[in-house]
Design a protein around this ligand. Sequence first.
Ligand code: 5GP
Length: 134
Amino acid sequence: MASIFTKIIQGEIPCEKIIETDSEIAILDIMPCAKGHTLVIPKLEVKLLEDVPESEALSLMRTIQYVAKAVSTAFDRIDYNIILNNGSNAGQEVEHVHFHILPRPKGSLRPFHQRSNYAEGEMQEVGAKIRNCL
Ligand code: 5GP
């Protein structure tokens, strides 16, 4: 069965898209640890980092770097974590490899400690703010 991210990539499930390349998509996380929490997802549906073909790895890292810079810039050069939960014991819930770009406001709790929801229309505003910094 297709992963939830494959369904998003195929346009079957809506998302707040930051950017789409030939090989990756970046979207806002629906239950963010902080505003601007972004996921970078290879279009190829594989579970683990080591399953990503070497030929795709450079493109993936380039997109992570490009999007992370935009996320940081959008929030006044905020610090951030880049996190991969690689396997269920590492906290992976969606079995389709993806990197979290996690903005870290000063004094913020450790990653994944706290989740929130966007208010009505806020996700679209945050998405636009990040896209403006690409
Ligand atoms: P994991 O625990 O697998 O590393 O992270 C999966 C992430 O995907 C979670 O942070 C979760 O909030 C996010 N997520 C799950 N379903 C959806 C969805 O339908 N849309 C979006 N934008 N994010 C999702």
